[in-house]
Write a protein that binds this ligand. Structure first.
Ligand code: KIV
Ligand code: ZN
Length: 436
């Protein structure tokens, strides 16, 4: 593997489905897995085979069908879990058993009720058993970021000797911060014997909203696998969002010169499919794939976008599979966006006409959040008694946001309002200068 290639380990179907309300049936996982394959992820963590018969079936079916990606199944560090995982995975072209055991004193004392020595031995024995079935073994010391680093290094050394090929460092409770996590990865690289034969992986949770940035810090410090989920779903506040990590690499290659196998044009379709399957909408302002990620509302921004999208977009929507940017017409919009929208609908106005219709548009926009095409058509009828003729057939409405929630019914602007002299259109700069 090239030095700067980062393995994308997708855990949407395992950690992702552990988020409340996001669990998936066998059929649903079977719909999602081919899309993850199309997206180009390197590893699909398909589930936790011992968890239920359904999850076993899902992992088995995905393992049987996926030919390119590695298919991983999760197992606690105990014989029944590892055997069950192997039963589900053995049909895979590229199987991986992912074994985990908590290593922090908090987990050892209160959850597992075992000593550090017992933990170390159990981890080593479990990896040995898994290795007797499968070449590709990942080990995760759960709660690694709250584990004593000396003990963490000891455990990692033991599991490497037992045959682990990927060492995943989970920030299970989303507690770490970028500098600390980067330093931990560097410490592991410096101190763990045999580490150079393995791949270090980062698995970050988002409890402090730092999952993506912690993951990036781990990669900068030498991790070469990232565990992440579509739409950032996962336990509690979620996992690091796959789409954000991949696009940070792509857009800021100057800072993060790493390659992935992800086809970025598949990011939005994958996000939409997941959202449809689990019935959980993506938050509108979600980076990269949220409804507002390529929607512009402020007049200054719309004016800039119409002049050159480089002014306000660092990614073209098409790069991530979003059909187009949207200019959402509302009270912050300016004449430039309004006129451009009318042109798409087949109307052309001179300055005076545009001022008048803009004045009425603003009154309407003060009442309703988003002004849609049908409202604009009503405005034309009312402003000019229908006299303003269409110049041509309406063009495809590429710029109107079709996915915005329905606005309230439009109140009619009064026909006899005084003209506001401040609303006169004086120059091409006006949208910029006034911010409307
Ligand atoms: O967050 C975590 O620690 C996990 C492990 C099972 C890798 O999900
Ligand atoms: Zn996790």
């Amino acid at each position: 593997m090239e030095r700067d290639r980062v393995v994308i380990f997708d855990t949407t179907l395992r950690d992702g489905e552990q988020s409340p309300g996001c669990s998936m049936t066998v059929q649903e996982k079977l719909r999602m897995a081919p899309q993850l394959d199309r997206l180009g992820v390197d590893v699909i963590e398909a589930g936790f085979p011992i968890a239920s018969d359904g999850d076993f079936e899902a992992v088995h079916a995905i393992a049987a069908r996926a030919r390119r990606p590695i298919v991983a199944g999760l197992a606690r560090a105990c014989t029944p879990d590892i055997e069950r995982a192997w039963q589900a995975l053995k049909v895979a072209a590229h199987p991986r058993i992912h074994v985990f055991l908590a290593t922090s004193d908090i987990h050892l004392k209160y959850k597992l009720r075992m000593s550090r020595q017992q933990c170390l031995e159990q981890a080593r024995d479990a990896v040995r058993l898994a290795k007797s079935f499968c070449e590709d073994i990942e080990f995760s010391p759960e709660d690694a970021t709250r584990t004593d680093p000396d003990f963490l290094c000891e455990v990692l050394e033991a599991v490497i000797e037992a045959g682990a090929t990927t060492l995943n460092i989970p920030d299970t409770v989303g507690y770490t911060v970028p500098t600390e996590f980067g330093d931990l990865i560097k410490t592991i690289r410096q101190r763990v014997r045999g580490i150079e034969k393995t791949i270090i992986s980062a698995h970050c949770h988002n409890d402090l909203g730092l999952a993506v940035v912690n993951t990036l810090a781990a990669v900068a410090a030498g991790a070469r696998q990232v565990e992440c989920a579509i739409n950032g779903i996962g336990e509690r506040a979620g996992n690091a969002a796959l789409e954000e990590i991949v696009m940070a690499f792509r857009v800021r290659a100057d800072q993060y010169p790493y390659q992935t196998g992800v086809i970025t044009e598949q990011l939005y379709p994958t996000s939409q499919l997941l959202s449809e399957i689990i019935g959980v909408p993506v938050q509108p302002n979600k980076a990269i794939i949220g409804r507002n990620a390529f929607a512009h509302a402020a007049g200054i921004h719309q004016d800039g976008m119409l002049k050159n999208p480089l002014t306000y977009e660092i990614i073209t929507p098409q790069t991530v599979g979003v059909p187009d940017s949207t200019l959402v017409l509302g009270k912050h919009s300016g004449r430039h966006a309004l006129g451009a929208r009318y042109e798409k609908l087949g109307f052309q106005f001179d300055r005076r006409e545009l001022d008048e219709i803009y004045r009425r548009f603003l009154m309407l926009a003060d009442e309703i959040r988003i002004v849609h095409d049908q409202h604009l058509l009503e405005l034309v009828r009312e402003t000019d008694g229908g006299k303003v003729a269409r110049t041509e057939a309406p063009q495809h409405a590429a710029h109107e946001s079709t996915s915005v929630p329905a606005s309230k019914p439009s109140p009619r602007p009064s026909a006899s309002l005084p003209v506001n002299p401040m609303a006169e259109h004086h120059s091409d700069q006006e949208d910029y200068l006034w911010g409307v």
